[in-house]
Design a protein around this ligand. Structure first.
Ligand SMILES: Cc1ncc(C[n+]2csc(CCOP(=O)(O)OP(=O)(O)O)c2C)c(N)n1
Ligand SMILES: [Mg+2]
Length: 350
């Protein structure tokens, strides 16, 4: 075990999976998704750098926060209202890598928008993933709407929505949290705090160290967890899900995560982050920290590691091939869903 891994296994919360009632099978499934999300993300960059995709907005570093949280949902019944870094979240919710690459390549069969949205704007009606808008923080109000409808209809569905810490400065954040708390809605507000809003550090965004401190002002629990420790995220999310399911209302779950890439493929983070900081951020990489923890708990051996790596490699390669072979969008349909089409089939442009 390297010095970095030895440091990593000392979780601030010395809790074991057994004590928390989490089975090895569940931990290994979460680890698979963490690894899958990283590999899908790396492939997205390769597609962009080779000129096939226009743009990448990465989830690298956010995998532990998203896998730990979405894994706590009933993935068939509940809803996800994602943001642009939600690669891991949409995978856990059921979107296969091939569909992520269809979105990335803006193909006609892209399930989010048929090639109409920018890459990173995830949505999938079949998997109960709400379509993503470009203005940050609007999605929190959509999550409230979903949870309010579920409450009125008595369906028992709950909703996770994701947002960055910078976006919590928007007025929509206040409105969404206040409304959810007043009406005791089953929403989990997952704030993925990666320390930056593009180039703006969190210290210029807010005068409190943790976003979760704001929860008290709305009358809901606020929790801050280290996103490198996936088990800790999962346990916090499990508590929030149980509270929402009981009808006791929303939770503000802040997960501190490392931003392991530039903001997007259009950004150069070396302009505003020192080389030293970029290097040290890697110490919090959830892929390595979680793997070290699983080994220390005796959950992950070499054979399983190899098996998981092979499964991930196959899923990413097959997904890329499927997406690359898929048909491009027909330019003649560019205005579809924007303007009324007289001769469109029912449901198209009407
Ligand atoms: C309303 C609005 N303002 C500004 C932007 C441009 N913008 C896109 S992402 C972003 C930074 C958001 O930072 P944060 O919420 O911390 O999320 P992160 O990208 O760090 O995950 C900004 C300012 C936008 N999309 N919408
Ligand atoms: Mg941020």
């Amino acid at each position: 075990m390297s010095a970095r891994e030895a440091k990593a296994v000392k979780s601030p919360v010395e809790r074991t999976p057994q004590a928390l009632g989490v089975q090895d099978r569940e931990l290994l499934e979460m680890y698979y998704y963490v690894r899958l999300a990283r590999a899908v993300d790396e492939r997205m960059w390769a597609l962009q750098r080779s000129g096939q995709a226009a743009f990448v907005i990465s989830g690298q570093g956010h995998e532990g926060a998203q896998v730990g949280t979405v894994y706590a949902l009933d993935r068939d019944k509940d809803w996800l209202v994602p943001f642009y870094r939600s690669v891991a979240a949409v995978l856990v919710k059921g979107m296969p890598p091939a569909e992520i690459f269809l979105i990335q390549l803006s193909k006609a069969t892209d399930p989010s928008s048929g090639g109409r949205q920018m890459p990173g704007h995830y949505g999938h009606s079949g998997h109960k993933i709400l379509s993503t808008s470009s203005p940050v923080t609007t999605q929190l109000l959509h999550a409230d709407g979903i949870a309010y409808a579920a409450k009125l209809r008595g369906t028992g569905e709950i909703c996770v929505t994701e947002v960055g810490e910078g976006a919590t400065s928007e007025g929509d954040f206040h409105e969404a949290l206040n409304f959810a708390a007043v009406h005791k809605l089953g929403v989990i507000f997952l704030v993925e705090n990666n320390g930056y809003a593009i180039s703006v550090p969190v210290s210029k965004q807010m005068a409190v160290p943790n976003v979760s401190a704001r929860a008290a002002g709305y009358g809901m629990p606020g929790v801050t967890v280290d996103g490198s420790h996936v088990l800790d995220v999962y346990v916090a999310a499990r508590d929030a899900v149980a509270r929402a399911r009981r009808g006791d209302g929303p939770t503000l779950l802040e997960v501190k995560v490392p931003r392991l890439t530039a903001h997007s493929s259009d950004d150069r983070q070396e302009k505003y982050r020192s080389a030293d900081e970029i290097l040290h951020t890697k110490e919090h990489d959830p892929v390595h920290v979680f793997a070290a923890e699983l080994r220390a708990w005796g959950v992950l051996g070499e054979a399983q590691e190899r098996q998981i790596a092979e499964r991930v490699r196959r899923a990413v390669d097959e997904g890329t091939e499927l997406a690359e072979a898929a048909p491009a969008v027909d330019p003649a349909t560019a205005t579809r869903y924007v303007y009324y089409e007289h001769d469109a089939p029912p449901g198209r442009g009407r």
